[in-house]
Unconditional design. Structure first.
Length: 103
């Protein structure tokens, strides 16, 4: 469209699309594009909340306490990163993902 975006948005390398539900008229074959159709989406929602959202919140609080300007600056700091890893270790012990999924 002729516009230059000078503000790229950094993202994590991980991406996962998990789809659940009833599709009375049929479902598009989203799995062909990498989506994962599942019967029970709850374990995937829990993983997102307990790992991604919880660590983002922890880093948002920690960054202000530790004097970091941004969350990416905080995760680069070894102490903050160790807090996130401890959170993940504890959360993973309670997640109920299917065996073929990493916590």
């Amino acid at each position: 469209m002729g516009h230059r975006d000078a503000s790229p948005v950094p993202t994590e390398p991980f991406a996962e699309w998990v789809i659940s539900g009833r599709f009375p008229a049929g479902r598009t074959a989203w799995q062909e594009a990498g989506a994962r159709p599942v019967e029970d989406i709850i374990p995937y929602e829990q993983r997102k909340l307990w790992l991604l959202n919880a660590s983002a919140s922890l880093l948002a609080y920690a960054r202000t306490i530790r004097g970091h300007a941004t969350i990416d600056e905080a995760i680069a700091y070894p102490q903050c990163r160790s807090w996130v890893e401890a959170l993940w270790d504890e959360a993973c012990r309670h997640l109920t993902l299917p065996a073929d999924n990493d916590c």
